[in-house]
Design a protein around this ligand. Structure first.
Ligand SMILES: [Zn+2]
Length: 406
């Protein structure tokens, strides 16, 4: 199947987080059709990670099959909801773009890997060489990336291991070498209520929350330089990055004439490589405790996100990751990109988060992010895949395999 049709099929199977059963079975069957070893790994009820390996025959010996991969492609199969997108699951192609929910984030990456495996599987000479070398290429499709990351968390349990990995999230065909981590922090300030005409009898939780918010926002955050990144056309990414904090939600108050007894602040703290989520939370606790002591109000600081109920992810957090720029996977991806597109790729570090975190930090695999599509379109009502990029990514992935799995 042509890679554009492949993406159409994938987009037409809804897979909003929590409902990845159908897409998982479809992708599993596609890899089977291509002659891969493929398996469905149940993560939770009717929610499966898909794991596939090429070549799919011979030398299959259970666990070590998953562990000794030369190269692993990683993708998440879930999408955000359609929101106000028109016809989210009826993909149409116009003016070089394929529209649909998930077309960029990130079924384009999945279609590109299927396209790459199809290309390889139909090339008998390359398959023969691969079989003789004993090298295997893997694909892992995970669930739940847009929420609690249960799919990628399960990779450890699945026993997956590889020399190198490519996260196929959209990068606009730039080579991503790292990502920030993120820790969601909720600060709950408990004051004391009173009538608004006698505020001195109460403790205004909103006022204290405002001071705490100011201090948290003004606190100094670490900065780092990552040498060798970017190029002159991309001055934003010349190698400097810093941790950030965003106060996204403030909740509090009942009526204008009542002293509020509770105020909740929700922060999104982004971490740079080398930072630990626990330390970031401790720093906010430190600020809160100053008010605790002085005014004897109660303040609770905890890791919390409106959609996180699962304890393991609260405990683990989402960590930053960085693959050294002299790692072989970075060099090879640069060469492959230039070979196919005729242009030197931009190498960058993303302010966003992606699941290279799990590959780098849990499995110890040097990983890059490289995928088709404009990341700025993720989660929007205008999500559409650039078809040129989609096609190029198949060729670049093939070239990466050729170079790294000799
Ligand atoms: Zn994504």
């Amino acid at each position: 199947m042509d890679v554009v049709d492949e993406l159409k099929r994938l987009v037409s199977i809804p897979s909003v987080t929590g409902n990845e059963g159908d897409i998982g079975r479809y992708i599993f069957n596609r890899f089977r059709e291509l002659g891969c070893m493929a398996e469905l790994f149940q993560v939770s009820k009717n929610r499966y990670n898909v794991f596939a390996v090429l070549p799919g025959d011979g030398k299959s010996d259970g666990d070590s099959y998953a562990r000794n991969l030369c190269l692993l492609f990683h993708a998440h199969m879930d999408t955000v909801p359609p929101y106000k997108m028109k016809k989210p699951f009826e993909p149409v192609v116009t003016e070089g773009y394929l529209w649909g929910r998930g077309s960029v984030d990130q079924k384009g990456g999945i279609a590109a890997v299927i396209g790459t495996f199809q290309k390889l599987a139909s090339d008998s000479k390359r398959m023969k060489r691969l079989r003789e070398s004993g090298k295997r290429i893997g694909f892992i499709g995970v669930i739940d990336e847009e929420s609690e990351h249960r799919g990628s968390m399960a990779m450890k349990e699945m026993g997956i291991g590889a020399g190198y990995a490519v996260v196929t999230e959209p990068s606009g065909l730039k080579v991503g070498v790292g990502c920030k981590g993120t820790v969601p922090v909720r600060v709950t300030v408990h004051g004391k209520s009173s009538h608004g005409c006698r505020p001195w009898l109460g403790k205004n939780a909103i006022e204290y929350a405002m001071r705490i918010a100011r201090d948290v926002i003004d606190s100094e955050l670490p900065v780092m330089e990552i040498y060798g990144m970017g190029n002159l056309e991309d001055p934003v990414n010349l190698g400097k990055t810093s941790a950030t904090i965003n106060l996204g939600i403030i909740q509090g108050g009942v009526a204008y004439n009542i002293v509020p007894d509770e105020c909740v602040l929700w922060f999104d703290r982004r971490l740079i490589p080398g930072e630990n989520p626990d330390d970031a939370v401790e720093a906010i606790k430190g600020i809160a405790s100053r008010y605790n002591k002085i005014n004897n109000i109660k303040i609770k600081v905890e890791v919390a996100r409106p959609d996180w109920n699962w304890e393991p992810i609260k405990k683990r957090g989402l960590r930053p990751a960085l693959t050294p720029l002299d790692s072989r996977i970075v060099t090879v991806a640069r060469e492959a990109h230039e070979e196919i597109t005729g242009e030197k790729p931009i190498v960058y570090f993303t302010d966003g988060y992606n699941e290279m975190d799990f590959l780098v930090n849990d499995l110890g695999i040097p990983t890059i992010q490289y995928g088709p599509g404009d990341a700025a379109l993720c989660h929007t009502n205008e999500e559409k895949m650039n078809i040129e990029e989609l096609k190029s990514s198949v060729d670049v992935y093939s070239s990466i395999i050729e170079k790294i799995c000799r």
